[in-house]
Design a protein around this ligand. Structure first.
Ligand code: HEM
Length: 335
């Protein structure tokens, strides 16, 4: 009896010791459940050298795309999107601002050489100005909200903190999605109303040869739009169309025809948008601070006659022939 009790006690002690042994973490006894599994790097090594290669797994949900386990091209695209694209955007935006500052410091504000005449000529009618400001206001908000995607986390987040950054980013995202539509309307109207004045001509080469009057002295002759403005017009129309098409696929990815196409449209959208931001920064500068008398064209629609004669002499002559401008003895022939 005594021996039986002793044996039971011993057995209980053994069981407790075993249980404690399993429960106590011990590095020597730990089991690594993935020790013999394939490592991600092995997948990547196996797919090396084949850009279109991808590794498919087995899935039970209807969306076939979810079966893709590895696609090395995706990593290259991510490196481009988060690295190269970031640098291209930074150089384009900051570089343009730097160049414009240098231009302002060296050249100063371009003045009306003959001074304001006090007489005006109608440059743009109400519908033209409406089209311009529709396109411009949409573009500015689209550009700022788009730049927030690229630079927001690095620049804005540390400045305003996560709560404000989240709120701003949500508003920016919705603005970007919805303002894309009136912007497209603006681009289409811009094309329709100004295409007739933006066909390249021989005078444009002369304009470039004379540095557009921006560099050096004198004002090259120009019709309604000079060669520099034609560059702006075509950049806006072609760039705007590229942004619209690529943006459409980003808004409705199901139509893009696969993730590789989406990556392509995403890159198009990113590169074209920063190039346009750079071009438009220069346009905004010359249409406001950079040139005396220019803003009135898009403000009231009426520009000073001397301004018009200096920058668009051939256009003023045409308008005079059409009787659009009252002849005045003070009005001299265009330079
Ligand atoms: C605050 C921003 C802006 C200002 C102050 C501004 C100013 C001007 C002015 C003064 C003109 C008339 C120039 C002339 O009489 O010859 C003009 C024309 C034009 N603007 Fe703007 N603009 C701005 C933004 C934009 C934006 C964002 C776009 C397009 C995305 C744009 C597209 C155009 C085009 C296509 C023309 C006709 C071609 C040209 O004159 O270069 N503008 N703008």
């Amino acid at each position: 009896m005594r021996l039986g009790a002793q044996l039971r006690f011993l057995a209980l002690g053994l069981m407790l010791a075993l249980a404690a042994g399993f429960a106590t973490p011990s590095s020597a006894q730990q089991i690594n459940p993935t020790a013999s599994a394939v490592k991600e790097q092995q997948f990547l090594d196996a797919l090396k050298g084949n850009k279109d290669a991808e590794l498919q797994g087995r899935i039970t949900i209807p969306d076939g795309k979810a079966a893709t386990l590895e696609r090395p091209a995706g990593r290259e695209w991510r490196a481009f999107h988060q690295g190269t694209m970031f640098r291209i955007a930074a150089i384009a935006v900051l570089g343009t601002l730097l160049l414009l500052t240098a231009f302002y410091l060296i050249r100063g504000r371009i003045r009306i050489e003959a001074g304001p005449s006090g007489r005006t000529i109608t440059r743009f009618n109400g519908f033209e100005r409406f089209t311009h400001w529709l396109t411009a206001s949409c573009f500015i908000i689209l550009a700022l909200s788009g730049l927030n995607v690229t630079f927001g986390k690095a620049v804005l987040l540390p400045l305003i903190g996560p709560a404000a950054f989240t709120d701003i980013s949500i508003i920016a995202k919705w603005s970007h999605n919805y303002l894309a539509w009136p912007f497209m309307v603006g681009i289409a109207l811009t094309f329709l109303i100004w295409i007739k004045d933006n066909i390249p001509s021989g005078a444009d080469l002369q304009w470039f040869a004379q540095g557009g009057g921006l560099i050096g002295k004198g004002h090259p002759a120009a019709r309604r739009f000079n060669a520099g403005q034609k560059v702006i017009f075509w950049s806006v129309v072609i760039g705007g169309a590229a942004l619209s098409l690529s943006g459409f696929y980003l808004l409705f990815p199901a139509y893009a025809g696969g993730v590789l196409n989406l990556q392509f449209w995403n890159s198009v959208h990113g590169i074209v948008s920063v190039l346009m931001v750079a071009i438009i920064l220069a346009h905004i500068y010359i249409g406001s601070l950079g040139m005396e008398g220019a803003f009135d064209a898009m403000g009231s629609g009426e520009v000073d006659l001397n301004w018009a004669r200096e920058h668009h002499s051939l256009w003023v002559e045409e308008e005079m022939r059409k009787g659009g401008v009252h002849k005045d003895p003070a009005l001299q022939p265009a330079e």
